[in-house]
Ligand binder design. Sequence first.
Ligand code: OGA
Ligand code: MN
Length: 295
Amino acid sequence: MTPSIRPADPARPGFVGEVEGIDIGRGITPAEAAAIEAGMDRYAVLVFRGQDIDDAQQLAFTRHFGPLETASGDIARPDQRRLGMEVNDISNLDREGRVLARDDRRRLFALGNMLWHSDSSFKPTPAKYSLLSARVIPGSGGNTEFADMRAAWDALDAETMALVRDLVCEHTQIHSRGTLGFTDFTEEERARWAPVPQRLVRRHPVTGRLSLFLSAHAGAIQGWPRPEALMLLRDLNEHATQRQFVHAHVWRPHDLVMWDNRVTMHRARRYPAEQMRDLHRTTVEDSAPTLQQAA
Ligand code: OGA
Ligand code: MN
């Protein structure tokens, strides 16, 4: 069956699509995967409602879209983790399923997801797609917001476009967490998450559209004085996250939302600290570091 995709956000009709006619748990055909991938190129975020799936079903679905990324950016050591290395634990739970204490290091690190970011921009090859499945959602708050970085690029003035077109940023999780006052990293973590270079402006390989590649992890611009770099990045982030570029996803249990990290940023929104929130993310790796991709 060919899935149908219709605009999910009337104010941003080209940004978010809602997919019908797909049962992720049953498995999909290559033709269905191709239709979804075409939908991802056309929109940048796709919403699938009513997908009551487990990790194995989510992984099988994700593998249709390319090689999986592992959760090597997680601060929890492998022996502390609740989920397998191919699933990112986007929850506030410990291995026993209890809500993490307010001052737990894993919780404080995870608060970084509330900063606007693009997944794994701190890895040499960043993420292409992220697929986030809602297992338990809190009673209030906890939306996920998405910003359209193609629209943000298109809306820049010509002078700013020329200024940023060929810039290269340095991305690291040490920077993004540092902006929240989280500096509690071991020497080993600092070495493992050393800065990686990423283009500031990317071209989508299929549509050819340009987009800003911003992320909370970007903490420097090559060749620029640090304060001037951070000020420009702050300015660009402010521009790119204006309301007209932003869609808020209000979660229902069993939603799966899939987004293209090459052309979007996203962030989690606040929710009550004592309530449970459990989402599982699988991630498809991009094809190469951004500097090796066509500008
Ligand atoms: C993620 C993420 C935001 C959220 O899964 O990569 O940033 O709302 N999630 O939990
Ligand atoms: Mn994320």
